[in-house]
Ligand binder design. Structure first.
Ligand SMILES: O=C[C@H](O)[C@H](O)[C@H](O)COP(=O)(O)O
Length: 252
């Protein structure tokens, strides 16, 4: 494999298994992050080796740049219209394949792309698999206008859900507020655990300054968890509970 640095073997295993799902002629959504970047490299190699004709929509400027540089045909989501398959990473995956995403600040475009796909496949290493979402800070993309008021409203929403006092952190990069591809900021919610993810998702979506939160509920169809030895475990929503029980010792 001609990657610049040695890729994480678990992420590479998950990437290879996901890229094996790609068929000639597919319209693909490409995720963002370190795992998705490995997947893009694996995909580009397969496209080159097999001469596949694919149309790809990227979930971030960074992924568009990488995919284009590797020779993949990248178009806007509007040009392609609808996607057959999106492959993306995640920050947390729970037993119902609900996710936290947005550690890289790309969850808004990622959610738009995933929802515009017939199928969303998540690729991850075993460290991303959790019993319950929330240890990873939940990213919430907010518009710059009225940021302080939005923070107050987010705090009130957390209070109503008995999550009061949890830190609400404005994400920083190089000493300034982080700016997303859509020109917004990110609030990271240090929740520790999320007792009722659908209620939290509804409450956050009801705040006008919130553009999108990083909870992906009922969106992911398949999670491919790579292991450091190069093997993978595939988890689907229907059988995920059993698969986790069977594999628990080896997976976590
Ligand atoms: O905003 C970033 C995305 O949601 C990523 O897919 C997620 O943070 C996982 O990234 P990584 O594969 O680097 O852990």
């Amino acid at each position: 494999m001609s990657m610049s640095s040695q890729p994480d073997p678990a992420k590479l295993a998950a990437s290879r298994a996901a890229v094996a799902l790609v068929r000639d002629g597919m319209r693909l959504g490409l995720g963002t992050g370190s795992t998705a970047s490995i997947m893009v490299e694996v995909l580009a190699e397969r496209v080159k080796a097999e001469g596949l004709a694919l149309r790809c929509a990227a979930t971030s400027k960074a992924t568009a740049e990488l995919a284009g540089r590797l020779g993949l045909r990248v178009e806007s989501l509007d040009e392609i219209g609808w996607l057959d398959l999106t492959i993306d990473g995640a920050d947390e995956v729970d037993p119902d394949l609900n996710l936290i995403k947005g550690g890289g600040g790309a969850h808004l475009r990622e959610k738009v792309v995933a929802q515009a796909s017939d199928r969303m496949v998540v690729i991850a290493d075993p460290g991303k698999v959790v019993d319950r979402l929330g240890a990873f800070h939940l990213p919430v993309e907010v518009i710059p206008f009225g940021l302080e008021a939005t923070k107050v409203l987010v705090g009130r929403a957390l209070e109503r859900l008995e999550l009061s006092g949890r830190p609400i952190l404005l994400r920083q990069r190089d000493g300034r507020p982080f700016v997303t591809d859509e020109g917004n900021h990110i609030l990271d919610l240090a929740l520790e655990a999320i007792p009722d993810a659908p209620a939290l998702a509804r409450a956050l979506s009801a705040i006008p300054g919130v553009v999108e939160h990083g909870l992906f509920l009922g969106i992911c169809d398949l999670a491919i968890i790579g292991r450091p030895d190069g093997s993978v475990v595939e988890l689907t929503r229907e059988d995920e509970g059993d698969a986790l029980a069977d594999e628990e010792g080896a997976l976590l």
